[in-house]
Ligand binder design. Sequence first.
Ligand code: ZN
Ligand code: ZN
Length: 73
Amino acid sequence: MLKCYDCSEENKVNEAVGVCIVCGKGLCTEHIKQIELPMKGGYPMSHLTLKKDLPRMMCQECIDTTLGVDSFD
Ligand SMILES: [Zn+2]
Ligand SMILES: [Zn+2]
């Protein structure tokens, strides 16, 4: 089973509940971020065709770097 990448960097071990759709690393419930935003130009998943606003799982790092927002909490 996949382990949370962010936890492993803190020397913790948690089961990943999903993966970041941008960088593909495993994330636990604590580190995974679900975002629901409309598709925007420049989004890095242009090879995927999304018909509607699907919940997207991302790590905080990728949210920061790709979307330029701090948090959805
Ligand atoms: Zn974690
Ligand atoms: Zn990521």
